[in-house]
Write a protein that binds this ligand. Structure first.
Ligand code: FES
Length: 118
């Protein structure tokens, strides 16, 4: 997994080849203790969120994607993949991560804490 540091606060981590990401199917990406669910949406955009549902830790990369949302596979809570917010009537949120597509590859932007920076 390649790592590129941009500015001081984000580390861009190579996550997948864009062409090899199935549409509307999650992929789990791990980097230094963070576990992220990466999705290529039908619109062509790529979204990344914390991989664990705030309700009872359902694995969001295994959820069903519809438009800009993923449905948790455990109890079907619907989470917006742009904001990370659980949709009403349920409540909660998951962390969102920046993504970029560059030279056919998908990168996830991980916040770089002082301890990770070494
Ligand atoms: S664990 Fe996700 S809805 Fe319950």
């Amino acid at each position: 997994m390649g790592v590129t540091q941009e500015r001081e606060s984000i580390v861009w981590v190579w996550a997948a080849l864009y062409a090899e990401l199935p549409v509307n199917t999650g992929k789990t990406v791990r980097y230094q203790g963070d576990e992220v669910a990466l999705f290529r949406l039908g619109s062509g955009s790529v979204k990344a969120v914390q991989n664990r549902c705030p309700h009872k830790d359902g694995v969001l990369a295994e959820g069903i994607v519809c438009d800009e949302h993923v449905f948790c596979p455990m109890h079907d809570r619907r989470i917006n993949l742009s904001s990370g917010l659980v949709q009403a009537p349920d409540t909660g949120c998951v962390r969102t991560y920046a993504t970029k597509i560059q030279d056919g590859a998908v990168y996830i932007g991980f916040p770089m804490s002082a301890e990770k920076a070494g």
